[in-house]
Design a protein around this ligand. Structure first.
Ligand SMILES: Nc1nc2c(ncn2[C@@H]2O[C@H](COP(=O)(O)OP(=O)(O)OP(=O)(O)O)[C@@H](O)[C@H]2O)c(=O)[nH]1
Ligand SMILES: [Mg+2]
Length: 281
């Protein structure tokens, strides 16, 4: 579930969860808050909003924050979801604010991405700018008790017309009033429908593989970069080259080539007996 701040994501999640529970399914909710620091307040906010779920042992709520850095957020979210999956949760809902690359990456870890927008404040255009239109499997116009819901529905449909079509799937666009619980059953039905589609076309397995693949690529990037900067001397070479490039003696590309050479030649090979970095689990 992704969308701008205050769009009603948590309210929708709460109402959806109630429906899943009625159906006998266990639910885990992962609230990802990539921008604000890890404060009791932020967590408390979401917990209070989800207070009706609080006493149900069939519902697990966990908040995650990045503590200032966005790197690796998708990776950690994926790990948390894997764990929850291993614990046998039937439904895992990730809530994230849909602004910025880190959030798009988080959305990428999900099997079904629901974009929540609201009529006011030209959300449709904002969504397009943020790249949300490309990643949405389903679109919700929440707060449709307010003016402009119809117009936003039309805008979204028009944007979807411009989007490359997936075989067998056109994202549904639906309206909800989460605070009153209206339209939530239809949303749950459509999520189930998307899951059926993923199964029918054999996409679930591919998504899983893509996820694992990008986890491995993340690890490679992380490890290689750590190794590259391991020797303290390389930083002073960087400083020197940066100064020369800034003074117009070479381009950044040339400086980069010189940095690579310096690392390879001047005994700057990383030590080989170093234990696994603690960043890499
Ligand atoms: N009028 C109206 N208000 C709603 C609706 N859904 C949610 N709200 C209200 O909108 C406010 C924000 O709702 P949240 O569910 O916290 O929104 P959110 O997207 O989770 O917000 P963040 O997690 O802070 O980004 C709350 O005061 C809700 O009661 C709706 O359909 N209509
Ligand atoms: Mg929220």
């Amino acid at each position: 579930m992704t969308g701008p701040p205050g769009a009603g994501k948590s309210t929708l999640v709460e109402k959806m969860t109630a429906l899943f529970r009625k159906d006998g399914q266990t639910v885990a909710i992962v609230a990802v808050d990539p921008t604000s620091p890890y404060t009791g307040g932020a967590i408390l906010g979401d917990r209070i909003r989800m207070s009706s779920l609080f006493c149900d042992p069939g519902v697990f709520i966990r908040s995650m924050a990045t503590r200032g850095s966005s790197g690796g957020l998708a990776f950690r979210t994926r790990e948390v979801c894997d764990l929850l999956d291993a614990f046998g949760k039937d439904v895992i809902i990730v809530e994230t604010i849909g602004v910025g690359q880190a959030e798009l990456d988080v959305a990428d870890t999900a099997q079904t991405t629901v974009i929540v927008l609201v009529p006011e404040s030209g959300d449709g255009i904002q969504a397009m700018k943020a790249g949300l239109m490309e990643i949405g499997d389903l679109f919700v116009v929440n707060k449709s008790d307010r003016d402009g819901a119809d117009r936003l529905m039309v805008e979204i449909q028009m944007m979807l017309d411009l989007r490359p079509q997936c075989e067998g799937w056109r994202p549904g666009v639906m309206r909800t009033t989460a605070s009153a619980g209206e339209g939530v059953d239809e949303l749950v039905r459509q999520i189930q429908g998307h899951r059926d589609y993923l199964k029918k076309y054999g996409i679930l397995g591919r998504l899983r593989k893509d996820n694992v693949r990008s986890a491995i690529v993340d690890l490679v990037r992380q490890r290689l970069e750590e190794k590259f900067w391991e020797n303290a001397g390389i930083r002073s070479v960087l400083d020197r080259l940066a100064e020369e490039a800034a003074g117009g003696k070479m381009s950044p590309y040339q400086a980069f080539e010189r940095l690579l050479e310096a690392r390879e030649q001047n005994g700057m090979k990383p030590s080989t007996n170093k234990e696994q970095s603690d960043h890499v689990r």
